[in-house]
Design a protein around this ligand. Sequence first.
Ligand code: HEM
Ligand code: HEM
Length: 180
Amino acid sequence: MTPARYSIPSILLHWTMALAIALAWGGAQLAEALARGPSRTMVFGVHALMGLAVLALLLPRLLARLLGAAPRAAPRAPMWEQRLGAAAHLLLYALMILLPLTGLLTALTGRAPFDLAGLATLPNALVATGLRGTVKGAHEVLANVMLGAVALHVVAVLWHAFVRRDGVAGRMIPWRTRTA
Ligand code: HEM
Ligand code: HEM
């Protein structure tokens, strides 16, 4: 049977990861605004921890999504809209892997070991590859693509909530069970 909303593990992971991504993004903006020094190092450390949390939660999320029941693609939307939605979700999943991975590579190729907010240290084991500039550039580009994809995602949710009014926007909210 097709459920009216996502499973509770899927919903919890969706919102925990959305929060971690928002904090990673905000942390990077704050760190960039700070002068080099202990505060900047600490904020970048928290930034990386948030990003690593996204990477760690992705496998449980994919398992929850693939093993649990999930609602059907927006039922009353035209085919092109359903395809765009599926493609956008795929892009979001791809970014949730590639963005933390390029961030990790940026840390591993740094000139000095990377301090994870005093909790641990990532060695600069890949510094000899000389790829720091490339992976950092890729990390920045992907962060901007993520910003655009999330903006599109939120616009789509608002579209479903206020224009189509088809119940899709409530499917990531535990107490909303309206079927479309
Ligand atoms: C959802 C996850 C992540 C997001 C949204 C994100 C976003 C960003 C952004 C926007 C920047 C600034 C780029 C610029 O304009 O210079 C940045 C830089 C950076 N990020 Fe991430 N990042 C994520 C995950 C990670 C992870 C997992 C790590 C490491 C384990 C990491 C390490 C770094 C490093 C080392 C820099 C560059 C620091 C410097 O300029 O010295 N990031 N990230
Ligand atoms: C970093 C932020 C976010 C990411 C990476 C993200 C990612 C995703 C992904 C990948 C899905 C598809 C789930 C699947 O079918 O497997 C999804 C669904 C959903 N998201 Fe987000 N999301 C984010 C933020 C938000 C925000 C801020 C909202 C609310 C405005 C939201 C509302 C929803 C809703 C309502 C669905 C269900 C759509 C449907 O039933 O087809 N998300 N999200």
